[in-house]
Design a protein around this ligand. Structure first.
Ligand code: ADP
Length: 305
């Protein structure tokens, strides 16, 4: 079925991204709760149609580690993208000061399985692996979203894509390829998986902007410095797994199959991990932080007499 705006009941705002807002919506005909992303694009109708056609492949991206795609449409110059609603939000807000090792293994196992599926079954390379693009629900499921399937959409967004946290592999920063989009290989995503793993374990992005005087220095550190490592509290096995992702030469990095066969993830498959319990704790912690921030803002706006 094709989704359109008339079928949707708009609910609360879930977040603001670099390109637009994400709202929770109810799809009235099916009573399914969805997340709808609005992407503002200054494009003509033919380009918008091209994007919708390219997004169509997402209907085939059905996998337990991938956020389900329900459909997209455009109104005027905005593309609306409807996907599975993940009720615990994105991982970057949930990892706190770092997650326990069994939880870390479960999270990265899901990420790697999702990426392997995209690659093997749909020939899709994610291109934007980072904790903000890993969504979680209260059942304890961990799924990937926001992968690059539409060349046209990517081209239209590229201009505004400047962040201070780079998950780009060294070879992409160095710009060895003339055309970063066409020669991007799967091993660049493996680097990003490694970096995301460290961030989730450490509870912080491993190249903190405050350590570097500017973005250039930060990127220099990624290209010329030693790759980051997990904090000492993690086992040798976990550290070894991450080191297989964070190899500076792209040819030296592990494949998804190798990452799944590594003891870190083989052991995980035999573990019982109460992911739902971890998500509950993480969400409670996140909401408490948010409330504190809200109070701090209120106190600033109206200082006590
Ligand atoms: P970004 O541009 O930083 O990738 P997005 O526009 O993708 O951000 O999303 C902004 C915020 O909206 C996310 O941080 C997340 O909290 C929320 N969000 C996005 N997609 C979903 C979803 N499918 N379910 C629930 N929340 C979502």
């Amino acid at each position: 079925f094709a989704i359109n705006m008339d079928q949707l009941e708009l609910q609360d705002e879930l977040g603001k991204g670099a390109y637009g807002t994400v709202k929770r919506v109810l799809h009235r005909p099916t009573k399914v709760a969805m997340a709808m992303k609005e992407i503002r694009l200054e494009l003509d109708e033919s380009k918008l149609n091209a994007i919708l056609m390219e997004l169509d492949i997402l209907h085939r991206a059905v996998h337990p580690s991938i956020v389900e795609f329900y459909g997209a449409f455009f109104i005027e110059t905005c593309v609306y993208y409807c996907m599975e609603f993940m009720d615990a939000g994105s991982l970057d807000k949930l990892y706190g000061v770092g997650v326990p090792e069994d939880v870390l293994a479960r999270i990265v196992a899901s990420m790697v399985r999702g990426l392997k599926f995209l690659k093997d079954d749909l020939q899709i390379i994610h291109r934007d692996v980072k904790p903000t693009n890993v969504l979680v629900n209260m059942k304890g499921q961990v799924k990937l979203c926001d992968f690059g399937v539409s060349g046209q959409l990517e081209k239209s967004l590229a201009k505004t894509n400047i962040g201070c946290q780079s998950y780009m592999a060294p070879e992409r920063i160095k710009g060895e390829s003339q055309n970063a989009l066409s020669t991007y290989t799967v091993s660049s995503d493996v680097w990003s998986v490694g970096l995301a793993t460290i961030e989730i374990g450490l509870g912080a992005y491993p190249y903190p902007p405050e350590t570097y005087s500017n973005v250039f220095a930060q990127l220099q550190a990624i290209v010329h410095g030693d790759p980051p490592v997990l904090p000492a509290k993690y086992t040798e096995t976990a550290c070894d797994w991450v080191s297989k992702c964070l190899v500076k030469r792209p040819e030296g990095r592990a494949s998804y199959a190798e990452l799944l066969e590594h003891p870190f993830l083989v052991n995980d498959a035999g573990n019982t991990v109460d992911m739902a319990a971890w998500v509950s704790r993480a969400v409670a912690w996140r909401d408490k932080q948010r409330e504190k921030e809200r109070q701090a803002v209120l106190a600033k706006e109206a200082p006590p007499p």
